[in-house]
Ligand binder design. Structure first.
Ligand code: AMP
Length: 448
């Protein structure tokens, strides 16, 4: 079904076509009509499904229909709350692209950068504000911003905002907003806490769910390398010797580990950048820019910083440190295979990670294929590695039990040529030549 049947504004349709989208994704098909009709909405969808456009396109249509006030009578009409500054910037980029033919004003609000431009944007009555809850509440408590004309509230990645402890700030922000408004909530998972939030802040919401809840993107091939901890740096370097690994996102648990991994790679001549919360906002933006442009081939990131990264063409995600929570795994691997491009997700698993790996396999209802790296010397002595995995386990969020039962029978939905059946302990497979997607967006949604 083409976009033009969904009731979107003509100028938005033009921008969508200029973005290269030929047809709506399933979440866009499901979400756009009820949002235009004025319903509150709960969208359960994993990352990479096109959910930003699913809420942005109808909201822009409604703003365009109501017309824009000029000058000082402007008031903020849309507020989008999102967990991280990277996601806020990502949403802003999308909104600016879709609204490029409309006279709407857009601004972002998040911590770690100077507050004056943000205060000016709030005072000016910018029509669309995309914000992280912490900084926004700080500014609102100092009486900045005029939300008396607010019509639309979006809570994006609500599950992650709750995980990050933003609930009290979100409550205070929402209590300061008009009660008459349309509220949209998006989350990768539907937990009891999310349900409680929707009861508190939404009115008769419609729920749409795309795919299985928390289902790893189906275009991503997942496999595991079992490796002793001291060989992880050597294995990473070995894998990166394959030129088909052209755009690689490496995840570590700890910030200092991300720096160390990047240093070791640089010493071996691999150009890389790091993304974690100890880096300044400018450094983070620079790292993303260099990664997107291909100036660096590898980006080493921690989970929080990488949330919301939307970079087309990531060929491989490597979990250098196995994630502690299944939600993190799903978000990490969702960084590749976006918009139905293909990608590989590789996890290094040490003996200490076996419990987490099994929990993940139970959660996704299938085993993940074990591989051995061809030509890699597993008998080599490596440098002893600091025990930051263990420290990470204690310093970060307490482990959560997956909130859902695994749903079986899904294996057939994965690409058959690239996944095996169940786990092959100590598997004999070799490193398969990685499929290297062409750089740049691949915008075919035919298989959805
Ligand atoms: P999101 O889930 O919002 O992070 O979007 C994932 C990616 O899909 C982004 O790169 C979008 O630009 C892209 N995208 C969104 N909608 C479409 C569409 N209808 N056709 C092609 N690509 C899309």
């Amino acid at each position: 079904m083409p976009f033009r049947t969904l009731g979107l504004d003509a100028k938005i349709l033009q921008a969508v076509s200029e973005a290269g989208y030929t047809e709506p994704t399933p979440i866009q098909l499901a979400a756009i009509p009820p949002i235009i009709a004025g319903h509150d909405l709960i969208g359960i969808a994993q990352t990479g499904t096109g959910k930003t456009a699913a809420f942005t396109l109808p909201l822009l249509t409604k703003l365009a229909a109501a017309g824009s006030a000029a000058g000082p009578s402007r008031r903020t009409r849309v507020l989008v709350l999102a967990p991280t500054r990277e996601l806020v910037l990502q949403i802003e980029e999308n909104i600016r692209a879709y609204a490029k033919h409309l006279p709407l004003t857009v601004a972002t609000v998040f911590g770690g950068v100077g507050e004056h431009p943000q205060i000016r944007a709030l005072q000016y009555g910018t029509e669309i504000i995309i914000a992280c809850p912490g900084r926004l509440l700080d500014l609102m408590s100092r009486r900045h911003g005029n939300f008396s004309g607010l019509q639309f509230l979006v809570l994006d990645e609500a599950d992650r905002m709750l995980d990050m402890g933003f609930l009290p700030s979100i409550r205070k922000i929402i209590h300061a907003l008009p009660k008459q408004r349309q509220t949209l909530l998006f989350s990768a998972t539907l937990s009891k806490e999310i349900e409680a939030l929707t009861h508190e802040f939404q009115h008769a919401p419609k729920t749409i769910q795309i795919g299985r809840r928390a289902n790893p993107a189906e275009t991503v091939t997942q496999f595991v390398y079992e490796v002793p901890k001291h060989l992880k740096p050597a294995l990473l370097q070995h894998l990166l010797a394959d030129p088909k690994m052209e755009m690689v996102l490496v995840f570590s648990r700890m910030k200092h580990a991300a720096d160390r991994i990047a240093r070791q790679l640089e010493q071996k001549g691999v150009r890389c950048a790091t993304l974690h919360s100890n880096r300044s906002q400018n450094q983070r933006l620079r790292a993303l820019k260099d990664f997107k442009s291909g100036a660096v081939r590898v980006l080493v990131a921690t989970d929080i910083a990488a949330r919301g990264i939307d970079v087309d063409g990531i060929s491989h995600v490597i979990n250098y440190d196995f994630p502690m929570h299944v939600e993190d795994y799903i978000h990490r691997i969702g960084r590749t295979g976006r918009a139905n491009a293909i990608g590989d997700a590789i996890s290094f698993v040490t003996p200490e990670d076996n419990g987490e790996l099994r929990a993940l396999e139970r959660f996704i209802g299938r085993g993940i294929v074990r591989k051995r790296a061809e030509g890699f010397n597993y008998a080599a002595a490596g440098q002893p590695q600091p025990d930051d995995d263990r420290r990470g386990r204690h310093q970060q969020r307490p482990p959560q039990r997956p909130q859902q039962r695994p749903q079986h029978g899904h294996a057939s939905a994965q690409r058959p040529a690239r996944s095996g059946g169940g786990p092959q302990q100590g598997g004999s497979g070799n490193v398969r030549p990685a499929a290297a997607p062409a750089r740049g967006p691949q915008r075919s949604f035919n298989r959805w």
